[in-house]
Design a protein around this ligand. Structure first.
Ligand code: PLP
Length: 443
């Protein structure tokens, strides 16, 4: 028996001692309950009047001209891609470490996804890796503000403008966040984002597209919002097609989501502030642990809104090679809530190279590319994306700020760090990246 709870020692804090609201998300109040009942009682689930009101307030919050409510984040991102004109034979660059919905829909537009690497320091798109993958066919870049951290938008925008590339922001992890004082989702040409229940701005299934560009807004409407086509195009402009949406999609938001969203807007900033206070308190207590590295933006006016799925740097070398999976298990036993991985590297999926999705008789990803151009070669090697999962740990996703409780989490982290030698006997653990083995273990 060891000191660590993982080996039978007494945990610093037990699961049954945790208050119910510590990790509970989303936070639902009576106003939200009433708002959804009102929509149901009025039989107004499928209209757009409430969604328009939500759009107006969402746009105002961001200081952008246009917000277009969608049924989910995936559709808002597809509409954003169509909005900037992404089409057959175009390439779109996206970081490999993100959720698949950031970019996969591009294949349905006939475009090819080329992946670039992320930066170890902040887990965001690596501007140099992005620039190195630009070809004459590159039409757009998808910038994900990954795990709530803002991407380096100054660098990305400068490269994109130099090469005439459109910038799509995926704000699914960082609603309400800032980069050097600017709101995320307002810096590129267009933004799409998820508002599903797990995300920081949680309203149930829902997504939002933001832009200041009327042409992008109109194209997004033409693609998936048939009932609004006549509002942004003249009869002359749609006379041949009538109001048949070009995408053949119906992307409007469910109005129960919109009604909940209107309530969420009223309380979101205060919820985010509480999360921020809890996470900063935790870090104030953990920052002296050698081998731990907080991932947080350094620029003034930048923040980590909501700390969605937040991860921090873990250096196995500081613990004689103890891998992050084992370390996080020990942390979690000591004080429940610590985690490990980030997303699986997308560029390992054959969907982006070899899969014949539409039965064209050849791989979809290269169907519209000039002969001989290989999407796999365009992506090439992505060393950080391939190994980053071994050097991360996840903070417990605190939603409430209880300092006395956080003191015990801090104590738990120190206890594991001080007694890591007990972990050296643990079996070697494979990471979720298939056969990429983690640091070799002593036994
Ligand atoms: C959740 C998510 C999406 C997709 O949004 P849905 O609402 O699930 O369709 C897109 N991009 C990222 C980065 C996400 O995390």
């Amino acid at each position: 028996m060891g000191k660590l709870a993982l080996y039978g020692g007494t945990p610093v804090i037990r699961q049954d001692e945790l208050p119910e609201d510590l990790f509970h998300w989303p936070i639902v109040n009576d106003a939200m309950r009433k708002a959804q009942t009102d929509v149901l009682d009025a039989g107004n689930m499928s209209g757009t009047d409430i969604s328009r009101k939500f759009e107006e307030q969402f746009a105002e919050w961001h200081g952008v001209k246009y917000a277009l409510a969608h049924c989910n984040g995936t559709s808002s991102l597809l509409a954003a891609m169509y909005g900037v004109g992404l089409g057959p034979g175009d390439e779109v660059i996206c970081p490999s470490i993100t959720y698949w919905a950031s970019c996969t829909a591009a294949l349905g537009l006939g475009a090819t996804v080329v992946f670039c690497d992320i930066c170890e320091k902040d887990l965001q798109i690596d501007p140099a890796s992005f620039e190195a993958r630009i070809t004459p066919r590159t039409k757009a870049v998808i910038v994900v503000h990954y795990m709530a951290h803002p991407a380096d938008m100054d660098a990305i925008m400068a490269i994109a403008r130099k090469h005439g590339i459109k910038v799509i922001e995926d704000v699914s992890h960082a609603q309400g966040g800032h980069y050097k004082g600017k709101m995320l989702g307002t810096i590129g040409d267009v933004a799409g984002m998820s508002l599903m229940s797990g995300k920081s701005f949680a309203i149930g299934e829902g997504g939002m597209l933001l832009t200041n560009d009327f042409e992008i807004y109109r194209r997004a409407i033409r693609f998936g919002h048939y009932d609004r086509i006549s509002k942004v195009f003249s009869p002359e402009e749609f006379k041949d097609t009538n109001v048949v949406p070009f995408g053949g999609h119906k992307f409007r938001m469910h109005q129960v989501s919109a009604a909940i969203g209107l309530e969420q807007l009223k309380k979101y900033e205060s919820e985010i502030a509480e999360i921020d206070a809890a996470m900063k308190y935790l870090w104030n207590g953990m920052k002296d642990i050698k081998g731990f590295r907080m991932i947080y933006p350094e620029d003034e006016g930048s923040d980590k809104s909501g700390w969605y799925a937040s991860r921090f740097g873990y250096d196995p070398e500081a613990f004689e090679g103890v891998d992050n999976v084992t370390f996080s298990k020990a942390l979690d036993k000591e004080a429940p809530g610590f985690g490990t991985f980030c997303n699986f590297p997308l560029h390992l999926s054959s969907v982006f190279y070899n899969t014949d999705i539409f039965g064209h008789g050849s791989p979809t990803a290269s169907y519209f590319l000039p002969p001989g151009v290989d999407p796999g070669k365009l992506t090439g090697e992505l060393p950080v994306a391939m190994t980053i999962n071994q050097r991360l740990l996840g903070e417990p996703p605190f939603k409430k700020f209880y300092p006395e409780l956080l003191d015990r989490y801090i104590e738990g982290a120190h206890k594991v760090a001080e007694n890591y030698k007990e972990l050296l006997v643990e079996e070697k653990v494979e990471s979720q990246i298939g056969n990429i083995a983690l640091t070799k273990r002593k036994s």
